[in-house]
Design a protein around this ligand. Sequence first.
Ligand SMILES: [Zn+2]
Length: 301
Amino acid sequence: MSAILGRLEEWRDYQPGEWVARCPAHDDGKPSLWINLKTSGMVGLACRAGCAFEDIVAGMGLLPRNLFNVDAEGLVAVAEARPEPVSPYLTAGLRVWLDGLPAGEPDAAPAVAYAQKRFGLSSAEQARLDLRWWSGPQPCPDWVPTSFVRYPRLVVPMLDFAGVARGAQGRDLSGRCPVRWISLANPDGFEWQRYGVFPGPDPDGPWVIAEGLSDPLAVVADGFNAVGVRGAALLNKDPVTLDALAAGLADKDVRVCGDNDRSGLAFAQTILAALHERGVPARRLTLPAGFKDYAVWREKR
Ligand SMILES: [Zn+2]
């Protein structure tokens, strides 16, 4: 770290793990460059005048890879900043975008037909879950990835336990997109919700926690309540999501149903342990052998 700072003019301490210096990428009269060192060994650079990261690194005579695995040499490093849950501004923007997408018959007929055939959801259930259809070409907010808008999709809002959409995923309806389900892109410093609540007809009935969004939709079609979790592999490092699941399901009859494979077992074990730790009794729902996941089981049984 001292060698990196040594390449900058007039660098000085700002606070532990953070420094300021003159920016090497523009004619900087005062120290405009802000530098930090994260516990992961990554050095962060930001110029208040807006210089590009590449230009700053080049101005220091370094390559981007020189800013990783940096030895703190006894200096304090700052903890990695965790993204915040999406702000009210973003959830409002998501609501407006969702409301602009067609839903139900006849406006969203292709999406309705798909959700009926693939997951077994009736029109009434689809309306309750607020499923929608993306077919373009209207402009989208910048947190809707270009890969998302390229193909027609069934759009599935991911609600919190209060019924507020705090994320969404889109399922490809063309069969041509290399990625079947695509999430919204996380806006800088924020993270869309990692789970979605899919209420069935009776909130006091069983709740099934499953991976992704296909399985929860099939669970609802079977008359139960469901919660779908995306990015299941990272769940054990995400106490915010686990806390939210435990709080939302505190007095419910909860079953956890991962995919019928090794990662699905790990998913179930992580959630069960987290729920038990938080005082929520929950049991594992095991699928019969030979079925990949709940949605496949529902389709074939
Ligand atoms: Zn600069």
